[in-house]
Design a protein around this ligand. Structure first.
Ligand SMILES: [Fe+2]
Ligand SMILES: [Fe+2]
Length: 188
């Protein structure tokens, strides 16, 4: 497993950190203060791109492997797949609202705060479900051969362009942390 899952875990930790920063802005709005719109926009730009490029494809590989091993459909995996879809829509909606703010459109802080809250809640729930249920399911059903094959599949997708892009997103993540005055969790 283990490298495969370790990488997913580290990405979850980074996402949780960014969601925490988004919540901080949401609290600012609740207190009637002006949030840091550029930070919010950057977080959403990151969250609507990085997971779809690097995180979800590897989870989908894992889902498919587990489904092959199970003798019946997995409700958890169906739910996680559905959440990828719903959370994806929610994040695009929030990104659109932030774009509208940047363009000077009138978006009430209440509406923005609510969208933010729903988005953060959905993402946190999803990550918690994966951390508590998915890895257990994988440990219980995947064989050593499956883990090796997952690593091979993941390696097949690695290429210089993907590496460069990954590096660029890591820089972006670190920049968001700097702008929010928090320490990045990972720098590799
Ligand atoms: Fe996921
Ligand atoms: Fe995940």
């Amino acid at each position: 497993m283990r490298h495969f899952v370790q990488q997913l875990r580290e990405e979850h930790e980074e996402m949780i950190q960014l969601l925490g920063l988004l919540s901080r802005e949401e609290r600012r709005m609740e207190q009637g203060e002006e949030p840091q719109y550029p930070v919010m926009l950057d977080i959403l730009l990151y969250m609507t791109h990085h997971p779809d490029l690097f995180h979800h494809p590897r989870e989908e590989l894992m889902f498919a492997r587990i489904c092959q091993r199970l003798e019946q459909p997995s409700e958890l995996i169906e739910q996680l797949r559905e959440e990828h879809r719903i959370n994806g829509q929610r994040s695009l909606k929030l990104l659109d609202m932030l774009r509208a703010v940047v363009n000077g459109s009138l978006v009430s802080q209440e509406e923005l705060g609510e969208a933010c809250h729903e988005y953060v809640r959905g993402q946190r729930l999803h990550i918690a479900r994966e951390e508590s249920g998915l890895y257990r399911l994988a440990e219980a059903h995947l064989t050593e051969e499956d883990w090796e094959s997952l690593d091979v599949d993941a390696e097949k997708r690695a290429n210089p362009f993907a590496d460069k892009l990954r590096r660029r997103y890591l820089d972006f993540y670190q920049e968001i942390c700097r702008a929010s005055e928090v320490k990045p969790l990972h720098t590799h």
